[in-house]
Design a protein around this ligand. Sequence first.
Ligand SMILES: NC(=O)C1=CN([C@@H]2O[C@H](COP(=O)(O)OP(=O)(O)OC[C@H]3O[C@@H](n4cnc5c(N)ncnc54)[C@H](O)[C@@H]3O)[C@@H](O)[C@H]2O)C=CC1
Ligand SMILES: CC(C)(CO)C(=O)C(=O)O
Length: 293
Amino acid sequence: MDVVVFGAGSLGSLLGGLLARTHDVTLVGRRPHVDRIREQGLRVSGAIETTVGPDARTDVPPSADLALVTVKAYDTPAAARALADTSLDCALSLQNGLGNERTLADALDAPVLAGTCTYGARLTGPGEVACTGVGEVVLGAREGGPSPVAERVGRAFDEADVVTRVADDMPRRLWEKLAVNAGINAPTALARVQNGALLGHDAGDVMRAAAREVAAAARADGVELTDETAVAAVERVADATADNRSSMLQDVEKGRRTEVDSINGVVDGPDAPVNQTLTALLRAWERERGLRR
Ligand SMILES: NC(=O)C1=CN([C@@H]2O[C@H](COP(=O)(O)OP(=O)(O)OC[C@H]3O[C@@H](n4cnc5c(N)ncnc54)[C@H](O)[C@@H]3O)[C@@H](O)[C@H]2O)C=CC1
Ligand SMILES: CC(C)(CO)C(=O)C(=O)O
């Protein structure tokens, strides 16, 4: 399968690197990362050790079977515009946040699959990425139901030994992942604590309240996600990743823009005071650092 990975950062380099063991992969990213990959290949370290030789460039190839979109959520509109003229069989978002698939579907002719990913990835230098944890990719039709396209992509991921599941309930899974990210990312970023610090203390009340608001928003969107399921999911992940520094905390610590708009920010309205408070506080932090007008 010909795969173009749009957004060769941490996750895109890891997943693209693993796929390159079996498939023809082109990583689309920025210098000096892409130059080093062209010169010396891509070194994967950590939980998976390998060196692979995908193509790497700063522009998009004219065609591919699959476009794997792994930019930060706020860059999805630019990614959609950049891919609009590429001949594709399908696209797959593995991003956090809600709305990425719709943004891509509005710009692309090819079917857009939804995906979640619990692999951990971190760029360690130009041409180098660390796998900080082997997880699972779950993918499927973005509106749910069976999908021969998703089955084909799932087989391609399986061939490359990427732990993958094809699911027919991606809308529920995306909302459940949103509950997890809404409950963990913003509170840990604001408190500057690891994920596990949200357990067993009153900070956990904030985490659970944010997750419940997401569950209510999911139900209002026609997706059956109970409060109990959302709370159990966020508590399970906070416990399983207790020693992690969430991606949003890492963004704040590095002075980078966060994905709050696509996570807590999409849970809006008068019935979401906790998510709206978390969103307002992180936006204030971004404004003070000139990351947001
Ligand atoms: N890193 C991880 O372990 C995981 C990340 N995610 C999600 O995956 C998405 C990506 O996250 P990361 O890989 O950590 O972010 P990242 O910032 O490391 O990677 C994104 C890359 O896209 C590149 N990019 C953006 N616009 C571009 C353009 N127009 N042309 C070329 N390159 C462009 C950036 O330069 C950057 O290197 C986020 O939504 C994140 O929440 C989900 C699960 C795990
Ligand atoms: C699941 C969690 C919260 C793990 O840290 C994550 O996805 C993130 O940090 O973005």
